[in-house]
Design a protein around this ligand. Structure first.
Ligand SMILES: Cc1cc2nc3c(=O)[nH]c(=O)nc-3n(C[C@H](O)[C@H](O)[C@H](O)COP(=O)(O)OP(=O)(O)OC[C@H]3O[C@@H](n4cnc5c(N)ncnc54)[C@H](O)[C@@H]3O)c2cc1C
Length: 374
């Protein structure tokens, strides 16, 4: 009888697992990929897409050929529930899918509860695919308007990159009077990055005329309300707020940490259910703090692939050991980028060229399966 292995989520963390299955399919297994959308967008290139450096195809990976070559059945559906004891996934289509081994990497959600009053003006950056469609529609609807005001909420790397990219995009696409603001508590602005990186980004925001508003803003029907009561009107608010765990995890009985993220050990195995692995933005490590970023999600992929096979073979699993320092390259929307690596920082066109090369190579590696091997 074959072992059924299911991957839930077709994003950054699971691409390497599909590639591993293409190269060396695990014997005696029936393989499935359950994911919300057939296409997955590489988030590192999203700011470049907004700024006009890339067409949508440059950052989009089609999961259909990848799954087919990996020998995996592709199911386009949301996982809405999980019974880890009975090893059953509940899908949005009503199907209950059993598994012997499961890897969960459905990513996090943007925490937008405090922004809900914005209604249609709110554009959460996650999930990325619907965000791209809504941003295009927004820009289309603003053609010919006298002025356009956009805010980005969230002071992490994504928030800073999106504000800089939006400023370029509005100026290029709409011209006329456009205004971009970044709203976040000051102490969260590129938190975790060196002081010199934070200063470089602040200087750049100022130089580009992007207003920075300090504080946790709340959504209002026509914009944002700052903690001191200041009301700011915006035509669109991009939410790049931190990742929170998907709500359905809470009802599963899986061990969780940090307010609902899936608790995993150093080998990315669930702390409560050994038949379940998890990686990327959905997890919290019991042994150490690991930043929720694409870099770690991508690097966890090969470990998940190896550990699924280790369980099949009855051998020891591998640990995911993050490097002490992670290289971050932040796009600034003008074909330049800021490098942040521990205490080292640099900026300019050469840094952008490096980022562009790394990012394109990543997407081409996976998109290439569809173009050349299907
Ligand atoms: C604008 C932006 C820029 C970023 N830039 C960088 C960067 O430069 N460097 C960096 O390191 N990190 C960056 N990040 C963070 C990075 O995108 C995430 O850390 C990374 O995507 C996490 O990978 P993941 O595999 O956990 O989830 P994802 O890549 O989000 O993949 C989740 C997958 O699961 C699917 N899915 C979601 N819910 C369900 C469900 N219920 N059922 C089934 N499938 C589901 C989705 O469709 C998707 O295929 C950026 C994030 C954003 C928003």
């Amino acid at each position: 009888m074959s072992i059924r292995m299911v991957l839930a989520g077709g994003g950054h963390a699971h691409l390497a697992v599909l590639a591993d299955w293409i190269g060396a399919p695990p014997e005696g297994t029936e393989r499935w990929l359950v994911t919300s959308h057939r296409h997955t967008a590489y988030s590192g290139m999203l700011p470049g897409w907004i700024a006009g450096a890339y067409p949508a195809e440059a950052l989009t990976i089609d999961l259909e050929p990848l799954a087919r070559l990996a020998g995996a059945r592709l199911v386009i559906a949301d996982v809405v529930g999980l019974d880890p004891d009975r090893r059953l996934l509940e899908l949005s289509t009503g199907v209950r899918l059993g598994f012997d081994l499961l890897s969960l990497a459905t990513g996090g959600e943007s925490d937008i509860s405090h922004l809900a009053a914005l209604g249609d003006r709110l554009l959460p950056v996650r999930p990325v695919q619907p965000f791209m469609a809504r941003w295009e529609a927004f820009l289309g609807g603003r053609q010919g308007r006298v002025a356009t005001r956009v805010a980005v909420v969230g002071g992490g790397a994504a928030g800073v990159e999106l504000a800089l990219a939006a400023e370029q995009s509005l100026r290029r696409r709409l011209g006329g009077k456009t205004k971009v603001a970044l709203v976040a508590p000051r102490d969260t602005l590129l938190a975790g990055h060196d002081q010199a990186v934070r200063r470089r980004a602040s200087d750049l925001l100022r130089a580009r005329g992007i207003a920075f508003h300090d504080g946790h803003a709340a959504g209002a029907p026509d914009g944002l309300m700052l903690p001191d009561g200041t009301a700011l009107a915006f035509d669109a608010v991009i939410a790049a707020t931190g990742s929170r765990p998907p709500g359905w995890i809470a009802d599963t009985g899986l061990a969780v940490r940090e307010g609902g993220f899936v608790a995993v050990g150093s080998d990315l195995r669930s702390a409560s259910h050994p038949d379940i692995f998890a990686a990327g933005d959905i997890v919290s490590r019991s042994d150490r703090r690991v930043e929720r970023s694409g870099v770690h999600a991508v690097k966890a992929g090969p470990v998940i692939a190896a550990n699924l096979k280790a369980v099949l073979a009855g051998t020891a699993t591998r640990d995911y050991i993050p490097r002490r320092r992670t290289l971050y390259l932040l796009a600034t929307g003008d074909e330049r980028a800021i490098l942040s690596w521990g205490r080292l920082t640099a900026g300019g066109h050469l840094v952008w060229r490096l980022k562009d090369w790394i990012d394109r190579r990543f997407v081409e590696r996976y998109a290439g399966f569809g173009q050349f091997r299907s």
